[in-house]
Design a binder for this molecule. Structure first.
Ligand code: AMP
Length: 310
């Protein structure tokens, strides 16, 4: 499963992404986290990104696209991923389309967490106040002033992505102001419905995934077979042709033998019929009536005499 979570900073993308990771056994790809790791490690990307991030601005497209291109190619992302914080501009979305197309991959859904910006600012103010009271360290961009700048960047540069994905028929909206579990349930319904819809849409076409896979494999085999021109294959083809010829010869001989046997059988039957006829002739004296023995003749004579006498 490959998803994008859209929404302004503080909308709860990270929380929902973690739940999707646990449920679907996919990885969370957060460009914000990756950039923070690069900053902490002091890599060239981190050094370049640090001041931009601190100011709540967007890091250049080519930097984040390069990070994502590398990340989605890694083994743990093969089962799927949820993109959190990427893409953030239309050029990033276009670059992602190309990255996926190059790898023969497709997005399953783009989920937008819709929130009230005013409430978001209040939330972050409360959180900053609570963390400060507890003496916990704050992220440089985790303050109401920077958040306002990040929200402005979202409005101008990221919000147009909703239209971008809506035009592709991929955008699904969820009320991000609802309690966390309700947001999770709403996302679950979208993804569950999508899976069911996929099944229904695929059935009338008469091609299950397995069937399509088999057809693809068959086509590939055919292609490979066509291309194959090795000595061994030629030899095998010759051998097969020879075997076919031999089988044909054998079949012809069997046919002949069967005909001969049938003729023999017919002759035998005719002979048997002839001898049976001859035997009948002998028995009936050639008159079609059974021949009478001596006793019969005497009995007949006696009967004739009796008739005369009466
Ligand atoms: P996040 O944790 O997603 O809010 O990101 C923190 C900061 O990292 C952002 O304010 C940006 O400066 C930078 N950043 C993260 N993702 C991107 C992105 N896709 N494009 C540009 N900058 C990004």
């Amino acid at each position: 499963m490959r998803l994008i979570l859209l929404g302004p900073p503080g909308a709860g993308k990270g929380t929902q992404a973690q739940r999707l990771v646990a449920k679907h056994k996919i990885v969370q790809l957060s460009t914000g986290d990756m950039l923070r790791a690069a900053v902490a490690a002091g890599t060239p990307v981190g050094l370049r990104a640090k001041s931009i991030m601190d100011a709540g601005q967007l890091v250049p497209d080519e930097v984040v696209v390069a990070i994502i291109a590398d990340r989605i190619g890694q083994a743990d992302a093969k089962n799927g991923f949820v993109l959190d914080g990427f893409p953030r501009t239309v050029p990033q979305a276009e670059a992602l389309d190309n990255l996926l197309a190059e790898r023969g991959l497709k997005l399953d859904a783009v989920i937008e967490l819709k929130v009230d910006e005013g409430i978001l600012v209040k939330r972050i103010e409360t959180r900053v106040a609570e963390m400060t009271a507890r003496g916990e360290p704050l992220r440089k961009d985790d303050n109401p002033e920077v958040l306002k700048g990040r929200l402005a960047a979202y409005r101008t540069q990221t919000a147009p992505l909703a239209g971008y994905y809506d035009a592709k028929g991929m955008l699904k909206g969820v009320d991000g102001m609802a309690p966390i579990d309700e947001v999770t349930a709403a996302i679950g319904r979208i993804l569950g419905g999508k899976a069911a819809g996929k099944k229904l849409a695929k059935k009338p076409a008469g091609k299950s995934a397995a069937k399509a896979k088999r057809a693809k494999a068959k086509a590939k085999t055919k292609k490979v077979a066509k291309k194959a021109d090795t000595k061994a294959e030629k030899k095998a083809a010759k051998k097969a042709a020879k075997a076919a010829k031999k089988a044909a010869r054998k079949a012809e001989a069997a046919k002949k033998a069967a005909k001969k046997a049938a003729r023999k059988l017919a002759a035998k039957a005719a002979k048997a019929a002839k001898s049976a006829k001859k035997a009948k002739k002998v028995k009936t004296g050639g008159k079609g009536r059974p021949a009478k023995g001596k006793q019969g003749r005497v009995k007949a004579k006696a009967r004739r005499r009796l008739t005369k006498a009466s």
